[in-house]
Design a protein around this ligand. Structure first.
Ligand code: MEV
Length: 314
């Protein structure tokens, strides 16, 4: 039996969630948590079986053509005229948590695109896998910037700019001058990226003056951040993260859980802390001084029932 496997990585946004949707630059990184898609060729069916081990769902393309994963599959393969979608089993596994602002849907789209590329021998390069996954992201999120699927594809630190004219997005991988020791703290609240993005858009339309000001403040932050990350100015990066978070609060995407997590990080003198991802739940990114602080904060959050994971961005 022919069987192939591909991975898509989770991501953290260091700077720029929401702002990137409007073409402003963002800085993000892939993380070492992933979604893995295995595709097996089946000889005894003309259908496609989805076996999602994460969401514990089993269905076929014919039974549920409108299921989000059926639509993602069709979007990824759209335009490949020599591909016939039949006789496959698609098995989904992950160690990346879903609904936490860590780019689960994008990681799934990239893993699916990567596995389809192999099974159908499409010869796609990384940028084509990324573009195919972006089509699936549009099904899931409506107007995604493309930053999530780019991190899921490349897995490294990237400078990202959405092309507002619809052409190729700018994706520039770059290196950190110093590794960033971080903690990702889960609010435990599952969020909905589409809902958060829609809310920000509606508010922006209602109050253009206020939002334009926030946007120009953000531009200033992200260009300083890139230099500091390349140079290894960890202290300054922390301050810039705090400033970015203050703007995200103005976008009304914070919650009482996020505020509590940030308050603890500030009290413990972490270098910086901010929402990462769409907000309204999901995860908070904390930049720590050292491993001892990572461990201490992890214990403190556990006593408040917040799960956290250590990550190193480099
Ligand atoms: C979601 O991870 C990041 C947002 O900026 C949406 C997007 O960029 O597509 C909120």
């Amino acid at each position: 039996m022919v069987s192939v496997k591909a991975k898509g990585y989770g991501k953290v946004i260091l700077f720029g969630e929401h702002f990137v949707v409007y073409g402003l630059p963002g800085i993000a990184s892939g993380i070492d948590k992933y979604v893995e898609v295995e595709i097996q060729e089946l000889k005894d069916t003309k259908d496609i079986i989805f076996d999602d081990k994460v969401f514990k769902e089993k269905f076929t393309l014919k039974e549920q053509p409108e299921h989000i994963k059926s639509k993602m599959l069709k979007a990824i393969i759209e335009g490949e005229e020599f591909v016939t979608l039949e006789g496959l089993k698609i098995i989904i596994n992950a160690n990346l948590p879903a609904g936490g602002g860590l780019g689960y849907s994008a990681a799934l789209a990239v893993a699916m695109a990567g596995a389809l590329n192999q099974i159908f021998e499409l010869g796609w390069k990384q940028n084509q896998i990324n573009e195919a996954a972006y089509k699936a992201e549009k099904i899931t999120h409506g107007t995604p910037s493309g930053i999530d699927n780019s991190c899921a594809t490349y897995g490294t630190v990237i400078w990202f700019e959405k092309n507002m004219k619809g052409g190729e997005n700018t994706i520039r991988p770059f290196k950190c001058g110093k590794s960033l020791l971080c903690l990702l703290v889960d609010t435990g609240i599952k969020h909905d990226t589409k809902k958060a993005v829609t809310m920000v858009r509606e508010n922006k339309e209602k109050e253009p003056k206020k939002y334009n000001k926030l946007f120009s403040e953000y531009k200033n932050i992200v260009s300083k951040a890139k230099k500091e990350i390349q140079y290894g100015g960890v202290e300054e990066i922390g301050k810039l993260m705090n400033q970015n978070h203050a703007l995200l609060k103005e976008l009304n995407i914070s919650t009482k859980e996020i505020d509590e997590i940030i308050k603890i990080a500030t009290f413990e003198n972490a270098r910086g802390a901010k929402i990462t991802g769409a907000g309204m739940g999901g995860n908070v990114l904390i930049l720590c001084y050292n491993e001892a602080q990572q461990n201490k904060l992890m214990e403190m959050y556990a006593t408040k029932n917040y799960n956290s994971i250590k990550i190193k961005i480099s």
